[in-house]
Design a protein around this ligand. Structure first.
Ligand SMILES: Cc1cc2nc3c(=O)[nH]c(=O)nc-3n(C[C@H](O)[C@H](O)[C@H](O)COP(=O)(O)OP(=O)(O)OC[C@H]3O[C@@H](n4cnc5c(N)ncnc54)[C@H](O)[C@@H]3O)c2cc1C
Length: 383
């Protein structure tokens, strides 16, 4: 019995954990080494509520509570960072489509995405527009019934393996006026754009892509939401994304804890298991405490959303604390493992790399601190 979860929530957690342990975990090491991803394994996970859970039932989704979604992300993070990231981005694309797509766009993009037949990327970041997303420069100039797109995007997760994407760009009217940041649905087989995979440290089974748009033509039918409404559309999905990142980090910290307990129980030095040394116990207890406090903050944020509150403060705090704690937990887990922890055959080597991702996308730790500071003090340090 769990004092934090209802019976249904605990049952979901147990079922999805068993499935991930049995079906996904055995293939992680091989895919990480080859930097590949088992795309065929993705859609079956939607039956548990991944991706479909973020979309209301009336739009064809499962309409899961924030708490159920948090549990799903915790379990994905415990199993494999690349999987958690991939599910998070597909969920984000689904969430934005559900919020703004026309009936025709839902038929073309959302329905097949929920059926596991299409995959989407989410393109906001640029070389000069990272934390300051509003500074983006990629343009879409209106021309008859089309938009002509020029610009570049950076670090776009899995764009190489998706067949469409949501592109945030600045619409310029035929008269040359800036009409504001707007979301465009861009299809790989309709609009020519370049995709270049940038080798990167964490979540190695994802691609992190640069996208180039050189006079790329996009049909005006593919504008998602109102012209000029792109940034608020993206920001509308940000709370859920932050909580997803936070809960993935909780799962990663939990994996660090389990690996550390297992390792220090059987590794012997000086004639006894290293778990018997006080300094090793201190590291394990710190990992456990970081994991548990992170979990409590993440669950609190989820319950706040389920109570109908905006939850911005709670999701920011969870993103900040859980991300930073996962980094510390992974550092300690690596230390518990000694030299073995630095070898690629050890899962903690992967946890250590993947933990670095937890503090950067969906608003860096510093940006979360500034949001929290503004809420607490009523003074914005952002601008
Ligand atoms: C693995 C990975 C996957 C990603 N996937 C996607 C994706 O799918 N789609 C997408 O659009 N983007 C994606 N991103 C981009 C991500 O959202 C950005 O990296 C993030 O927003 C930070 O932007 P930046 O990298 O330009 O860093 P910068 O904004 O340049 O920040 C650099 C440093 O300065 C600090 N800083 C910046 N401004 C302030 C300030 N005002 N006060 C204090 N400190 C500040 C930051 O905290 C950071 O420490 C991904 C990134 C990574 C690493």
């Amino acid at each position: 019995m769990s004092i934090l979860l209802t019976d249904d929530e605990a049952a979901l957690q147990a079922t999805v954990r068993r499935y991930l342990d049995e079906r996904i975990a055995p293939m992680v090491a091989e895919h990480e080494r080859a930097r590949t991803f088992p795309w065929d394994a993705l859609a079956p996970l939607y039956d548990f509520g991944y991706v479909r859970g973020v979309v209301p039932e009336e739009l064809g989704g499962d309409g899961l509570s924030a708490m159920m979604q948090a549990i799903l992300m915790e379990e994905a993070g415990r199993c494999w960072g690349s999987l958690r990231t991939t599910l998070n981005v597909q969920g984000m694309v689904a969430r934005v489509l559900a919020a703004a797509a026309t009936a025709d766009q839902r038929r073309r993009f959302l329905d097949p995405l929920l059926a596991g037949e299409r995959r989407g990327w989410f393109g906001l970041t640029e070389a000069e527009a990272g934390s300051d997303a509003g500074a983006l420069r990629t343009s879409a100039r209106a021309q008859g019934e089309t938009y002509v797109v020029n610009g570049r995007k950076l670090y776009i997760t899995n764009a190489r393996d998706c067949d469409f994407g949501i592109l945030l760009c600045r619409v310029v009217t035929a008269e040359g006026q800036d009409a504001g940041i707007t979301a465009l649905l861009v299809e790989a087989d309709q609009s020519a754009y370049g995709v270049y995979d940038l080798p990167h440290m964490p979540v190695r089974s994802t691609t992190s892509c640069e996208l180039t748009f050189d006079d790329t033509v996009v049909a005006a039918d593919n504008v998602l939401g109102p012209v000029g409404g792109g940034l608020s559309l993206a920001m509308g999905a940000v709370n859920g994304g932050r909580l997803n990142m936070a809960m993935g980090a909780v799962g990663l910290a939990q994996a660090c804890l389990e690996a550390s307990i297992s390792f220090c129980s059987h590794r012997e030095q000086f004639g006894r298991p290293i778990g018997g040394f006080q300094l090793v116990q201190q590291m394990v207890v710190e990992i456990a405490t970081l994991t548990e406090t992170s979990r409590l903050l993440g669950y609190k944020a989820a319950r706040t959303l389920d109570a109908g509150e905006p939850g911005r403060f709670e999701c920011s705090m969870a993103k900040y604390y859980c991300g930073e704690s996962a980094g510390r937990a992974a550092t300690l887990a690596l230390q518990v493992h000694g030299g073995a922890g630095l070898m690629e055959e050890s899962p903690v080597e992967r946890y250590f790399r993947d933990a670095r991702e937890a503090t950067i996308p969906e608003g860096t730790s510093q940006i979360q601190i500034l949001h929290l500071g503004r809420a607490l003090l009523g003074i914005s340090a952002l601008r």
